[in-house]
Design a protein around this ligand. Structure first.
Ligand code: 89Y
Length: 341
């Protein structure tokens, strides 16, 4: 089968890892890069042997024969590029967070649906090695019905050094990290019926919130608390980018503990096993866990692009995560519980 030909839009910090992760998979070929600042795209193209570079997205779309586009630009441009893909009938993958507002995300999903264009979100957190193992145990029913969980991403890692734009976001940690933790909550436990959220800003030199506490009610009776912070360097153990999870079920508990340990406790005792991610030479050691998760995330999306199996993170599915993200901001602003249909 001929490889699927794709273009990457946006060649900032994240793109080189996404491109390297695509190269781990057979049957796919990056044929062009677009970036507003051409020199950055030129450098990445040279490093990875990508044949063509553009600083005009329309010129790229006019000249390239593409099977899909992978958008890795800042969130402000996601909508424009997804709409362009829909108009040109090109399947499209867009980096999380999908959009800067809920209305914009709804329009993106509608445009692709109306045009019959496959639309996926690159949401990689759920593909992290220890998290997939935790899901496996949860789904096997070992701990019975889960009734409460904690999903924590609390870190003093210098996220602003590699991604300075995060400092400028009026809505920071819930869009950046809540997109991931709320997606995990949905993947593990199902859809939320309500949420309540409080936020804080601890860094004096950033625009948005760097602390968020979100309590979700899932279905009728499962409580899930997502705690997030990039508030400073005050932790005894820095575990970026590990998500620490604790789930209580009617017959046991599962803990995702530091250093990739999973502990499953039932009446029979505790079973502990370590699930580190695979190590890729191209991954930044500070981001090993996330960078490794890009490979299975891309593989899942590629399977859908080829028509082999449905993708987990379609635009329509991710819209439910986006609703939680902006529901959390509304709850924090009004200090009220937000209900979902
Ligand atoms: O942008 C974020 C992401 O998606 O993963 C970690 C990160 O780089 C900083 O929070």
């Amino acid at each position: 089968m001929a490889p699927l030909r794709f273009a990457i839009f946006g060649t900032g910090f994240w793109a080189r890892f996404q491109l390297a992760a695509w190269r781990e998979l057979a049957g796919v070929e990056c044929v062009a890069l677009y970036n507003r600042t051409r020199a950055k795209a030129d450098a990445l193209a040279r490093e990875f042997g990508v044949p063509r570079v553009y600083d005009d997205p329309l010129a790229l779309l006019d000249q390239e024969q593409l099977d899909f586009i992978d958008i890795i630009t800042d969130v402000d441009t996601h909508s424009r590029f997804v709409q362009l893909a829909a108009q040109r009938n090109i399947p499209v993958i867009c980096q999380k967070p999908m959009a800067a507002t809920l209305a914009e995300a709804e329009r993106m999903v509608a445009a692709c649906r109306d045009a019959g264009v496959p639309f996926f979100i690159h949401e990689n957190w759920r593909w992290q090695t220890p998290i997939r193992q935790l899901k496996r145990v949860l789904d096997a029913g070992t701990i019975g019905r889960p009734f409460r969980a904690r999903i924590d991403m609390i870190s003093g890692f210098a996220v602003f050094a590699n991604q300075p734009f995060l400092k400028e976001l009026e809505q920071f940690i819930i869009t950046d990290m809540g997109s991931h933790t709320l997606d995990l909550a949905r993947m593990l436990f199902g859809e939320a019926t309500s949420l309540y959220c409080q936020t804080q800003r601890i860094h004096p030199d950033i625009k948005g919130e760097d602390v968020a506490t979100i309590m979700l009610k899932i279905g009728d009776s499962t409580s899930v608390v997502c705690q997030m912070a990039y508030a400073g360097n005050y932790l005894e153990r820095e575990r970026f980018p590990e998500t620490l999870i604790f789930i209580e079920g009617e017959r046991g508990s599962i803990e995702l503990a530091p250093d990739y340990w999973m502990r499953v406790t039932t009446a029979d005792g505790t079973h502990a096993q370590r699930f580190p991610p695979p190590r890729y030479a191209w991954a930044d050691p500070a981001y090993t866990l996330i960078h490794a998760s890009i490979v299975p995330c891309n593989a899942n999306l590629l399977g859908a692009l080829r028509g082999d199996a449905p993708a987990e993170t379609t635009g329509a599915d991710n819209l439910k995560t986006v609703r939680l993200v902006f529901g959390a901001y509304e709850s924090a602003r009004t200090n009220q519980v937000v209900h979902f249909d």
